[in-house]
Ligand binder design. Sequence first.
Ligand code: UDP
Length: 381
Amino acid sequence: MSILFLDQSGELGGAELCLVDLANSLKDRCLVGLFADGAHYRLLQQMGIPAQVLTTKALPVSKESGVLQGLGSLRQLIPLVVTVANLSRQHQVIYANTQKALVVGGLASMISQRPLVFHLHDILSADHFSATNRRIAIMLANHFAALVIANSEASRDAFIQAGGKPDRVQVVYNGFDPQRYQVSTLETQQLRQQLGLSGQFVVGHFSRLSPWKGQHILIEALTHCPNPVTVLLVGSALFGENAYVKQLHQQIAQLGLMNRVRFLGFRTDVPQLMSACDLIAHTSTAPEPFGRVIIEAMLVGRPVVAAAAGGAVELLVPGETGWLTPPADPQELAAVIQYCFEHPDRTAKIAQQAHHIARERFDLKAINHRIDQLLEQVVTI
Ligand code: UDP
């Protein structure tokens, strides 16, 4: 079976990294069509995954768009839909990995009569999307998609609550290659030295810089933690959130934390950097659809504290495989940081348990196999 994957993003967010791992296992029988050039395309090329940039014109629809903007963008979509419809005739399934890919893939599937699969990496709620965007996504998924793969129960539940057809949805978590998260002690020590982290208790935050990812909550928490505790912020503003980055720098300056917070920008050596941390913090203030960084921390064998909302609560059991704190609660977060700082043995044991469970539950091979089976079912309907 051959698959035409579609993704709107030139950047490497969680949905794109998930797609790269899936397409890599199917690279002898897939094409990834992108709606933007950039780091995503370059990574696919580097990995030898067939990929094509189908347009470089930005589609003028955002998560907050209303009806008029949506209709206005239709004219721009038509040439792209025609291109995708033509390409899809050489494939058996169209696999839309993002919302705009659902729009284009849905219309193309109607023309080429190829089944459409929609991988839902979002929580379709008011926290994340305008009412118009939610309505359009649900209408297209209900009308065109033979199958919706939700990346968590939280994403599935929000989809159904917004009007999505329950019998179309299957929950499949993201998969991870455990080998990629094995980092040697020597490598970890060298990296800590290079980054000047010796003698510090390092709390790492791995995410694009965006208000709802809550980096400001971790900075606020730091004011309640003793001095050896420092923060590494790994990630950049992928989708133009420059005002938030400025706000973070101002907050750090106002709180006098310049020597205790470091910005490392977007990095491709996440496992190594995680291994150089003592604790990984996930601080989303709105429900997280899945939370790849939580599993990645577990696979590296580092303790993780996550904001208790959305997919994150499905990924770890508090006190057994990590910690959960209420979203946007710096004091509770600081209390967990303090606990981990003061109880390294107990913390290491929890990280070890989490490591073991994450390897079993989120194994890339098993998860890709499950998706392949679901695609086979779609093709044979
Ligand atoms: N990530 C990365 N480099 C960075 C920061 C983050 O490769 O500098 C990766 C991170 O390891 C994770 C993904 O980006 O795999 C983010 O996925 P997540 O589900 O946590 O959030 P999303 O971006 O999907 O909202």
